[in-house]
Design a protein around this ligand. Sequence first.
Ligand code: PRX
Length: 642
Amino acid sequence: MSENAIFPPSPEFVSKAHVQGMEQYRKLYREAAGNPEAFWADIAKREIHWFEPWDHVFEWNPPFVKWFAGAKTNAAYNCIDRHLEARGDKVAILWEGEPGDVREITYKELHRLVCRFANVLKARGLKTGDRAIVYMPMVPELPVALLACARLGVIHSVVFGGFSAEALKARIQDLDACMVITADGGWRRGKEVRLKDAVDEAVQECPGVQNVIVHQRTKSQIPMREGRDHWWHELEEGVSDDCPAVPVDSEHPLYVLYTSGTTGQPKGILHTTGGYLTAILMTMKWVFDLREEDVYWCTADIGWVTGHSYVVYAPLAAGATTVMYEGAPDYPDYGRFWQTVAKHKVSIFYSSPTAIRALIKQGEKWPAMHDLSSLRLLGSVGEPINPAAWEWYYRVIGKNRCPIVDTWWQTETGGILIAPMPGAVPLKPGSGTLPLPGIIAEVVDFSGNPVAANQEGFLIIKRPWPSMIRTIWGDPERFQQQYFSRIPGVYFTGDAARQDEDGYFWILGRVDDVMNVSGHRLSTMEVESALVRHPAVAEAAVVGKPHEITGQAVCCFVTLKAGDYDLPALNKELRQWVAHEIGAFARPEEIRFAEALPKTRSGKIMRRLLREIVTTRTVTGDVTTLEDLTVVTRLAAQNDEE
Ligand code: PRX
């Protein structure tokens, strides 16, 4: 498909959309740009419940911002209580376990579950401002735990269930958390993923953790440590079904979510309450054109930001029915996604390019077996979607009638910033199209000057928006330095992009040492640090290598300490080692043993050259600072031996 293909919204879609046609989009955009205070204040008043009003709409002292400071609100109240009257019997969470078990939890029932668990947390001594780690499978108790924390003003931090004990420990320690909420395990591809084992290993070195609460999912045998570990269902016996939501300041932290940066140390991205809720709820309505009767399914794991914002908080704040699925998309067969869409009559389906590409590979027979006529809108997030995958998604899944919203955003942005409003903005496959109202995005050069149309540059956001990162937990200097120092005073995204002649944004990928594997962020340094902890490894350099399905794959160049090694066995061992140190999703695709790594004269590893070797199989870039050119020729020659 040509890059110039344009898909305007169908008149039928436009006629029912919240924002109808380009004129309406432009009007909203102009209003927001002209008077952001009035624009956001209006939305916040209309969309969010406040116990008390704010002093100022926002205060901007770069890099720090406050939205609606002084106002009192509560995220759980906004996601549950205020819907009870009008939507008490509507299904809030429609959950399907991998074995096929289904739970339909209404807003009333969600209220009961969240209140009961909040009472459990209270009884264990948790209070506003404490930190709880949540390390759980995709079961309804996961959002229940988050909302129970939010109800009390306890700051939650979800650690994706695929992370290792080591990674879990680092996060517990960085946050100084006093509680871990977990489960015995979860189901994935018919096997149990044992979570409690990893918790036991992690908390050995976390003396601050006084309580571990364990939800029973798989019913397998797990050790429980007297005094520290408690079964969720046992603690709930006899607790009250009511627990008032604590009004917290709009700027009270809602959660910390760790993501990879350019160092080996993951950073805790802090999101607060009022601004975050306002922006994600509004983007949910704008981008997914949400209607009362929609059945909305975002396939992301709640362990990542997409799951926080668009599985839990935005759909529930909007009073929608949000679908949650526990397991793998290919279990028991490659039709699982499509079978689930048909079974629950999903109308909005939001997934990742990696998942789409993996399913394309299995052929059209899988979607053909299921009735997909309930779908009306498709979404994509996490990485650029290539036009071929877009075309398949549009034709085979959407039957040429469902717009695809390609949503660009980041853990740091909290919510979607660049995406089409589907009843207004014509689509171009592979482009996130135009920024949402209130978002001033630009593509600039090193000095911060806008580049011409179709020129590559850095993507920046010029003004603060309500759901933006507030700081890095415990490290405000790193926050300032990472996001606001490249171009002083404006938010630096770390992505390269270009804007075409229609102003459409095309994201070209990261400009830093961050890889994007299956839409998951991973730092090259994190993998390198894991590798050099292995006794045989002297040095390691890691780069992302283009991959047909996962977008990028982890490729490691490794030099060994002196010794005799069985290289094929060591190769396997090192891949396993990284999976154990970080998590299975970080397992390298490839380990290449090298005699030496290319370095500058000052001893810095030149990853740029390695990237070039794995991408283009040759080196054409500037090598004038390279210490030993033969290292590169030898590494490049390895390509030909493959
Ligand atoms: O490079 C961009 C890519 O994912 C990065 C953010 O990753 P993370 O914080 O893990 O959040 C992922 C889910 C929001 C971005 O810097 N990215 C995300 N969405 C897109 C994308 N690249 C291209 N197109 C997208 N739609």
